[in-house]
Ligand binder design. Structure first.
Ligand code: ADP
Ligand code: ZN
Ligand code: ZN
Length: 716
């Protein structure tokens, strides 16, 4: 078919969404004509400008909408052999685009595997033809562990109540086993049912993936697939196609998987639901956790083609320290709460009990000491007993700043409003914001003083310092102790993290130093002491979610200790602080998340913050701070002048510089917009989009680099 040839007999008009850049003015589908009837949800190739691009048939139109045939283009071809994306999937994408203020095409196309855009129709046909080796076997009776009473109760409640469930279970209480059983039930009940399990980070998937693959291997090898950004484009396409065709019964993925096409989705699990990595931080800034809840409802409303009545889709959010949003939802009954307090094996006294939390009042310790003497003594004792310790500090590098004490010079980044971090290993100053790296100067660049010194401490320096402090301490067999460090710097190479973790598991390391990376997910069996060196910063941060994150991190860190430590070894969590009276630490001592959340929620309610209020941030970038702020303020003034829908219930605050105001020579400003009504905020933002785009077109704002909205931002 020649693209420009117009059929004389029959023409079909269709709306197609393509990947349009944000703010290009194209929000919805574009009109194309086709000689063949196409179905909504079908993937097609169309020309856009001079390019041939992938598009999704969004709707069938009754006519050309007033466009002359010559003004329209014909569809170049359909991707044969690929079932149309379901109406539910399209609704989910439309909701995501609308709620997060992005174009339909951007969200729809970003949700498809990139390789789908590149393959020719014949290449795709070959991929689709590959037979799946159906190795499924009748379910053999495998020995499953006996459920704990709490696990059994949680599963029973899940079956009885179909509201979204918050599985509130301490680390080691057996949440994963509950996910496995819930998934098994859904898969057994319906031979077509699919399950989506989401985890926060790729590096957590291998262990979990192995557990799911093992449990469901009777379904056949190709029935459990992974979907995350660590896959090669070919693997990602393969997983996506398997999910889309219904071949994959269980998809294990990161946040991107929430938009995967799964025609028979019956259960969504969001593990560690409080984790900030569920929020996408660029493009469409969606929250995969929130979308999971929305999607489950949507799937439950839809009527699958194969049956007459809608089928339920459940959602389980799991965490030991839930987000305050999810917790609040259980308090008002929107979600059900399933509680599991007990660690598995806790009747077995020491092995299962939670670590003792010890607060070290740094006001009573020698000035400027990094590790308090009692903590150091406790670490030495562990080494002597052949046990492991884990020390964490949320700052990588050797020292956060290098300074000259003569003239006051500091290692500022010339391109950012931030200090460059001193990395001793290769003697560089590195900017953690723009990446600018230089060798450490021999002398102060400003006065020539050769005595420039590191200020403060990062993980690299802590590791070095520990080696000095623990000199002479040996293991039970008399061999020298081993200190290792795990952070973003030591794990840059592929496989590095795995091999470092393996050596910790093998007991080759006595003291492990690291950033929050090591506080998450890894199950260290022989660690009996965990210490947080300097967590105070988050107590008084301007970011209202900082205490929530700190509490979660510390609770998670306590969970690292001795989940399986040998009997008799009582685990301890040490926290060094100048504010031992802070209620956050009081709640931590008792492992009492409900007490912590009650305090935090009271504060948030008084301040009208999430989950009691709703907000969006608009960010703008320009060469000058004045221009970036000027744009935001002008757009807000225009909204006010035009009395946009919802404006009377929405408060825009004046534009301010972002915390790190300049990165790579770009000035960054932001404006907070708040409302007590989610609906009013949504209506306002939708109406404000075109006003912002028009403001941007004004001559004075032409030089603006970019602007973007972040709805339900994580950090303000
Ligand atoms: P969580 O996900 O809550 O941290 P897991 O599901 O990983 O906890 O369980 C912790 C450990 O206890 C795992 O090693 C798991 O295999 C084991 N486990 C879970 N449930 C049971 C059970 N009912 N009986 C015995 N062991 C269990
Ligand atoms: Zn100097
Ligand atoms: Zn920089």
């Amino acid at each position: 078919m020649k693209p420009e040839q117009i059929a004389t007999n029959m023409v079909f008009w269709i709306g197609v969404v393509v990947a349009t850049p944000a703010h290009s003015g194209v929000g919805g589908p574009l009109t194309y004509r086709s000689e063949l009837p196409l179905a909504a949800g079908q993937l097609v190739r169309v020309s856009l400008g001079r390019r041939e691009v992938l598009g999704v048939v969004w709707e069938l139109l009754p006519d050309s909408g007033g466009l002359a045939p010559a003004q329209t283009k014909a569809v170049l071809g359909a991707l044969e052999g690929l079932a149309p994306l379901s109406a539910t999937w399209r609704k989910l994408v439309a909701f995501t685009a609308g709620y997060y203020q992005r174009s339909l095409g951007e969200v729809a196309l970003a949700a498809l595997p990139p390789q789908l855009r590149e393959l020719s129709t014949s290449q795709l046909a070959r991929r689709l033809k590959r037979p799946i080796s159906d190795t499924s076997s009748a379910e053999s009776l495998r020995e499953l562990v006996e459920l704990s009473p709490e696990q059994a109760a949680a599963l029973a409640q899940l079956e009885a109540d179909h509201r979204p469930a918050l599985l509130f279970g301490s680390t080691g209480s057996g949440k994963t086993e509950v996910y496995l059983r819930a998934a098994a039930r859904v898969l057994a009940e319906d031979p077509e049912a699919q399950v989506l399990v989401m985890v926060p980070e790729i590096n957590l998937t291998p262990q979990l993936q192995a557990r799911f693959e093992e449990r469901f291997k009777h379904l056949g090898r190709e029935r459990v697939v992974a979907l995350h950004s660590g896959l090669t484009p070919a693997q990602r396409l393969k997983s996506w196609l398997a999910a889309h065709a219904g071949v994959a019964r269980l998809v294990l993925g990161t946040r991107m998987a929430v938009l995967a096409s799964m025609p028979n989705l019956r259960l969504i699990v969001v593990d560690e639901e409080h984790d900030p990595s569920y929020k996408q931080q660029e493009g469409a800034r969606y929250s995969a956790r929130d979308l999971a809840v929305y999607r489950a409802r949507l799937e439950g409303l839809a009527t699958p083609e194969s049956s007459a009545s809608p089928k339920n889709c459940s959602v389980i959010l799991g965490s030991a320290t839930p987000s305050l949003e999810s917790w609040q939802a259980t308090l008002v009954g929107r979600y059900q709460r399933l509680t599991m307090h007990e660690r598995i094996g806790s009747t077995d006294q020491a092995a299962g009990s939670l670590p003792t939390v010890r607060l070290v009042d740094m006001n009573h310790q020698p000035k400027h000491c990094t590790l308090a003497p009692p903590l150091l003594a406790a670490i030495a004792q562990r080494i002597a007993r052949g046990e492991q310790s884990l020390i964490f500090l949320n700052r990588r590098g050797y020292a956060p700043v290098l300074a000259c004490h003569d003239c006051g010079w500091k290692s500022e980044c010339p391109h950012c409003s931030a200090y460059r971090v001193f990395h001793k290993i290769d003697r560089t100053l590195r900017c953690h914001h723009c990446g600018f790296t230089e060798r450490v100067p021999r002398a102060c660049p400003s006065c020539g003083n050769v005595d420039i010194a590191p200020v403060g401490r990062g993980t690299e320096r802590l590791e070095e310092h520990l080696a000095e402090l623990l000199q002479g301490i040996t293991r039970p067999d008399g061999s020298p102790l081993v200190i290792a460090r795990i952070d973003a710097d030591t794990t840059r190479l592929k496989g590095a993290l795995e091999s470092q973790l393996a050596s910790v598991h093998a007991g080759e390391v006595d003291v492990l130093v690291g950033t929050q990376m090591i506080a998450k997910g890894h199950d260290f069996r022989h660690i009996t002491l965990v210490a947080a060196v300097n967590p105070d910063g988050a107590l008084f941060s301007s970011d209202f979610r900082a205490p929530e994150r700190l509490f979660g991190l510390l609770m998670q860190a306590t969970g690292r200790a001795g989940r399986n430590a040998e009997k008799g070894a009582q685990s301890e969590m040490w926290v060094q602080t100048f504010h031992p009276e802070h209620p956050l630490f009081g709640a931590l001592k008792k492992h009492d998340y409900p007490a912590f959340s009650a305090q935090e929620l009271a504060d948030r309610e008084a301040a009208g913050m999430s989950p009691f209020g709703f907000s969006a941030l608009v960010r703008a970038e320009a060469r000058s701070q004045d221009l970036a702020q000027g744009f935001l303020n002008a757009a807000a003034a225009a909204a006010q002048a035009q009395a946009l829908p919802g404006h009377d219930m929405v408060t825009p605050y004046p534009a301010v510089p972002m915390t790190i105001q300049r990165v790579a020579n770009v000035e960054r400003a932001q404006m907070l917009v708040e409302s007590s009504s989610r609906v009013a905020l949504q209506r306002f933002l939708a109406a404000w989009q075109p006003v912002m785009a028009a403001t941007r077109q004004q001559a004075e704002f032409k030089p603006l680099i970019r602007w973007a909205m972040d709805v339900d931002p994580l950090a303000i």
